[in-house]
Design a protein around this ligand. Structure first.
Ligand SMILES: *Cc1c(COP(=O)(O)O)cnc(C)c1O
Length: 398
């Protein structure tokens, strides 16, 4: 049996390679940063990095590492317990209070990851007779979390407010109605229209949940995310990650009312049955939140880099998706051409990844780039030149 399973899987892996859908890993031999060393055989090469979620360049910041070091020395490696037995540390509670205040919510609860936050939330809050209404492009963890709950499921084409209204009408008889959207759609770099979604929720008596993983630390005057970006939209439940702008280590959270957070602590299965976040990661996240508040120049540099890269690529004839966010997807179309494009960039010194079906619609393969505050204007210009050179070589631009 074992042999036959292995044979089948080897054949399936081979098929993925043939179709250009195999995800190869490129191990870093350096810290995560605007430029990284990528191992190649016995040596390694320096690549400009346009594919990390390292928006504020905090992944290798010595202050975050220092805060984690101090907590490691003081409090040890880990809790060896889930939160509710003997795994709650004062640093967890300090970070939960800090996240709640930052996100403008009464309370917050940490999870091992945002995947787990989304995995536990729906089943805990919704039951048969309830309805959950989800944007079609929501993150996989939302899709999986919804699968675990007994509520009626409705799905609308991304950003289509008429379709959302129709879903809400179809769900009129439900006890609880929860509309859930990513704050920023990560394949497109599109910012959700929260004011319009909020208005529809209010009209139909629905709650609004936003997964702001790609926006916290990035969007809004204070960096608190998509709601602040839109001038302060009321959101009932926010989920997010510590694995992107806030240092890039690990951890997720739900911020909401005392009642919702209190209930999740009792009922959310990833909270109840998975080990507590290491206190050192709570310490580094607290440090990241200090920096988000005290160094708004990072957000300004990030936005300036995104604007420069977008403008320059567009001027050279590239077609881009999204707007107003440091995710800058460069549309290529054909999956194999996108893979060749990424490979060409890699060989010329630029780290960027091609995404194709099923992650994006067939025929809409793209190179998804992400800006960081750690990139210089010179880095951006180097990247633009390489894109233009590769684009002309592969016939993507004239
Ligand atoms: C990255 C991401 C997640 C997963 O976060 P982790 O903390 O890495 O599990 C969840 N939702 C969205 C929208 C994301 O972008």
């Amino acid at each position: 049996m074992a042999t036959s399973l292995d044979d089948e899987l080897m054949a399936s892996l081979e098929r993925l390679r043939r179709e250009g859908l195999f995800k190869a890993e490129h191990p870093l031999a350096s810290r995560q940063s605007a430029a990284v060393m990528v191992a190649q055989g016995a040596s390694s090469r320096r690549l400009l990095n346009l594919c990390a979620n390292n928006y504020l360049d905090l992944a290798a910041d010595p202050r975050l590492a220092g805060a984690a070091h101090e907590a490691l020395s003081e409090h040890g490696l880990g809790m060896a317990s889930v939160r509710f037995i003997c795994g709650t540390h004062a640093l967890h509670q300090a970070l939960e209070a800090r996240l709640a205040a930052f996100l403008g919510q009464p309370d917050a609860v940490l999870f091992p990851s945002c995947f787990d936050a989304n995995g536990g939330l729906f089943e805990a809050l919704l039951d048969a007779g309830d309805a959950v209404i989800s944007d079609q492009l929501n993150h996989a963890s939302i899709i999986d979390g919804i699968r675990l709950c007994k509520a009626d499921r409705h799905r609308y084409p991304s950003g289509d407010m008429h379709a959302l209204a129709a879903c809400l009408e179809a769900a009129a008889g439900a006890r609880r109605k929860l509309v859930v959207t990513d704050g920023v759609f990560s394949m497109d770099g599109v910012i959700a229209d929260l004011p319009a979604i909020r208005a529809l929720c209010d009209t139909h008596g629905a709650l609004l949940m936003v997964d702001d993983s790609h926006a916290v630390g990035v969007l809004g005057p204070d960096g608190s995310g998509t709601a602040a970006h839109h001038g302060g939209v009321r959101v009932d439940i926010v989920t997010g990650t510590l694995g992107k702008a806030l240092g890039g280590a690990a951890g997720g959270y739900v911020a909401s009312s005392h009642a919702v957070v209190g209930w999740l602590r009792q009922k959310a299965r990833p909270y109840l049955f998975s080990n507590a976040l290491p206190p050192a990661l709570a310490a580094s996240a607290l440090c990241a939140l200090d920096i988000v508040a005290s160094e708004p120049g990072r957000r300004a540099a990030l936005a300036a880099n995104a604007a420069r890269f977008r403008d320059e690529l567009q001027a050279r004839g590239f077609q881009l998706a999204g707007a107003g966010h440091p995710i800058v997807p460069v549309l290529i179309g054909d999956a194999r051409k996108a893979a060749a494009f990424a490979q060409g960039l890699l060989e010329s010194g630029l780290f960027a990844v091609a995404f194709s079906a099923p992650v994006v619609p067939p025929g809409e393969a793209r190179i998804r780039t992400q800006m960081s505050s750690g990139l210089s204007a010179g880095d951006i210009d180097f990247a633009v030149d390489l894109f233009a050179w590769t684009g002309r070589r592969l016939g993507v631009i004239a």
